[in-house]
Design a protein around this ligand. Structure first.
Ligand SMILES: Nc1nc2c(ncn2[C@@H]2O[C@H](COP(=O)(O)OP(=O)(O)OP(=O)(O)O)[C@@H](O)[C@H]2O)c(=O)[nH]1
Ligand SMILES: [Mg+2]
Length: 201
């Protein structure tokens, strides 16, 4: 069960046209675009986060992701710049783990997601952070996301553990709920603010 987009799966094309080696580019000085990859254990809610961000929906009946799916969304910041996110939502099931480098290679942003009710998913998130530190772009912007924050009564990963781990690894940290929409837009706005800007800006 999960949130999947109705768009067909697409093979990754490596870097998108117009993006530099960190996956960040500018159509012009005020309009940035960035390749973003979501990584994390199966079932943590990656597809639901994307669906909530892109379409404002939560669909508890859709399927697990197969391979990866692609969506894009543009947001406007207060300084009147826009950021287009080209989002690769990867499949968390173990059988797809070997495909992950195809999606995180050349990404300017990596969003590593765990489920606050699942310590195993927090351990898996740490695995992905290490993998990105070894093989991701040098200037990649990384966010650590504790999802399913609506399930407070089932929480098993204290927020402080996420905060501490993120701080040690130079990551932005936030807890979200794709179900209630809590902090979903904020996650992407905060990422946008942290993107290195072209010299023109
Ligand atoms: N309560 C709650 N449930 C959520 C939330 N986000 C996702 N879910 C549920 O968690 C399950 C898995 O969500 P998905 O988005 O498919 O998980 P995924 O990380 O994309 O999983 P894979 O595609 O297999 O990697 C679904 O049953 C969702 O309804 C949330 O914020 N709160
Ligand atoms: Mg998915």
């Amino acid at each position: 069960m999960g949130c999947s987009s109705s768009l067909p799966d697409r093979a990754p094309s490596g870097r998108s046209a117009g993006l530099n080696s960190e996956g960040i580019g500018a159509a012009d000085a005020k309009n940035l675009k960035v390749k973003l990859v979501l990584l994390g254990d199966s079932g943590v809610g990656k597809s639901c986060i994307v669906l909530r961000f892109v379409r404002g929906q939560f669909d508890p009946t859709s399927k697990v992701t197969v391979g990866a799916s692609f969506l894009s969304q543009t947001i406007a910041l207060q300084d009147s710049t826009t950021v287009k996110f080209e989002i690769w939502d990867t499949a968390g099931q173990e059988r797809y783990a070997a495909l992950a480098p195809l999606y995180y290679r050349g990404a300017g942003v990596a969003v590593v997601v765990y489920d606050i009710t699942s310590p195993e998913s927090f351990t898996k998130a740490q695995y992905w952070v290490k993998e990105l530190q070894k093989h991701g772009s040098a200037d990649i912007v990384m966010a650590l996301v504790g999802n399913k924050a609506d399930l407070q009564d089932r929480r098993e990963v204290p927020a402080q553990d996420g905060i501490d781990y993120a701080e040690k690894n130079g990551m932005f940290f936030i807890e979200t709920s794709a179900k209630t929409a809590d902090n979903i837009n904020l996650l992407f706005e905060e990422i946008a603010k942290r993107l290195p800007r072209p010299a023109l800006l």
